[in-house]
Design a protein around this ligand. Structure first.
Ligand code: 5AD
Ligand code: SF4
Length: 478
């Protein structure tokens, strides 16, 4: 594994170099098309979070630029898994699916298989793939994804497995091709990496140190997206509340939000993920005052026990978290709050778990992602001796899930009968006479409509609440 990238090209020079590789890769693809007597297909599978989803759009941008036809089917000529390693089961899914891919490759020997993303930043994973999954053609990590075109060329020129993983990078490369999944909404990276080192979390080790993009580059990208039909952006970072601290001219996330809010033609702004320790009063005020910022805050709690939060290295306690929630609700009464909670962190006792339940009951989350603690090699928590008995953890997990679901359903009922602004997002999968849309608070609503409505805003009456989604009908255009 390289410590830091060796080359000294500037971001702009690197962009140009990668476009040269894209041209070269186009020729390789054309040669392969001639041999096959047909167009070639590619399949990009994403595991994990919104960051990875955005990275996959970058991979697909290059693959389609060089001539591959996109398909969902993994019987493709080029398959790439963009992996996640946040919990052990994310890794296991990848190994399971690689088994299937090896069978596909036996039938189509020219098939190329690539692996990238967070899981590949773990040396033990790469070792295992080198040994037991020798049919894989290309492995790279999170820091050199911008070199995908170059790595593709190398891989097409070689019969052996190409492995290129970097430990970290300080470079941000702008303006490479991107193929968006949705025409009307898009993720936008505002920063990369994470400096927090929560004791359970592997992300700082696999995504490297925190780096923010320049505000002018972010604004330029969003303006371009709006010109291309996008009306909603999701600003992405591991900890958006510490955005801009490491820039030459530091900028706060609140300042960035205010600037993005002024972009003409943009309708909605979302962001992910906030860390409670960095959530400033200034940001709450910016959210309140910016009309395009959605009424939703995802604010990971992780645990309600101040004792556990300390060992988790979260830098806030139960009371500070609850105060923050009160401030948010006082300023923005209709804000939806969602969260992440881990059950079974080392040393978690019945009392600690009760503290978590207490916060859940007090905050009344609109929804919550609940996770069973997963031991990640290399993190401080993995070395702790007091790992909790899995049976006890499962019991707590089930109790928490039940509580969270009950509260979500109750919260959702509060909006039944109201008329709310909805962005039409896609045709309903089960019933094509329905369109599925989203409220500002991120809840889902299905209403009669046609595909030409997708990407537009409507006022929709929420006629019936069905647990955590609504049925509705349009009452007016926006
Ligand atoms: N075990 C379980 N859940 C984890 N998360 C992060 N690391 C772990 C782990 N080791 C959860 C956190 C985080 C979300 C993205 O994943 O709740 O907010
Ligand atoms: Fe998974 Fe975290 Fe990487 Fe996202 S950043 S892909 S959640 S490990």
């Amino acid at each position: 594994m390289r410590d830091l990238e060796a080359n000294v090209l500037s971001g702009a020079e690197e962009t140009k170099l990668q476009y040269d590789y894209i041209e070269k890769a186009k020729q390789y693809v054309q040669e392969r098309e001639k041999l096959a007597g047909r167009k070639l297909t590619c399949c990009v599978k994403t595991f994990g979070c919104q960051m990875n989803a955005r990275d996959s759009e970058k991979l697909l941008g290059i693959l389609t630029d060089i001539g591959y036809i996109e398909t969902e089917d993994e019987h493709a000529d080029f398959v790439i898994y963009n992996t996640c390693t946040v919990r052990e089961n994310a890794n296991n899914k990848v190994y399971g699916r690689l088994g299937y891919l090896s069978n596909y490759k036996k039938k189509n020997p020219h098939m190329m298989i690539a692996l990238c993303g967070c899981m590949m930043q773990e040396p033990t994973v790469v070792e295992k793939i080198r040994k037991s999954y020798r049919f894989v053609n290309l492995i790279f990590g999170t820091h050199n994804i911008y070199k995908f075109a170059e790595l593709l060329c190398r891989s097409m020129e070689s019969d052996s497995m190409i492995v290129d993983i970097w430990k970290d990078t300080d470079k941000i490369v702008e303006d490479l091709p991107i193929k968006r999944k949705y025409p009307f909404k898009s993720g936008v990276n505002i920063m990369f990496g994470c400096n927090n080192f929560c004791s359970y979390c592997i992300v700082p080790y696999v995504r490297g140190r925190e780096r923010s993009r320049e505000p002018k580059d972010i604004i330029r990208e969003i303006e371009g997206l709006v010109a291309d039909g996008v009306c909603e952006v999701m600003l992405l970072g591991q900890n958006v509340n510490s955005y801009g601290k490491n820039l030459e001219h530091p900028v706060t996330f609140a300042q960035l939000l205010r600037e993005v809010n002024q972009i003409e033609g943009l309708k909605r702004i979302r962001f992910m993920t906030s860390h409670p320790k960095d959530l400033s009063d200034d940001l709450i005020l910016a959210m309140k005052e910016c009309d395009k910022v959605c009424r939703h805050m995802h604010l990971p709690l992780q645990s309600g026990s101040s004792r556990i939060l300390k060992i988790m290295n979260r830098h806030y306690d139960k009371e500070q978290y609850l105060t923050l929630v009160k401030k948010l609700r006082d300023a923005i009464p209709d804000i939806a709050l969602t969260t992440d909670i881990i059950v079974g962190f080392p040393g978690e006792t019945e009392e600690d778990f009760q503290e978590t339940l207490d916060v859940v009951r007090q905050v009344q989350y609109d929804s919550a992602f609940t996770f069973i603690y997963s031991k990640r090699t290399g993190t401080p928590a993995a070395a702790m001796e007091n790992q909790v008995n899995p049976l006890e953890v499962k019991e707590h997990f089930d109790l928490l899930l039940k509580e969270v679901q009950q509260i979500s359903a109750q919260k959702a009922m509060e909006l039944e009968g109201r008329v709310m602004e909805v962005l039409a997002e896609e045709q309903n999968e089960q019933d094509d006479s329905l369109i599925t849309g989203r409220l500002s608070n991120n809840s889902v609503v299905h209403f009669p409509g046609t595909v030409d409505m997708i990407g537009k805003l409507f006022m929709v009456k929420l006629t019936e609440c069905r647990g955590f989604y609504y049925l509705g009908e349009i009452v007016a255009d926006v």
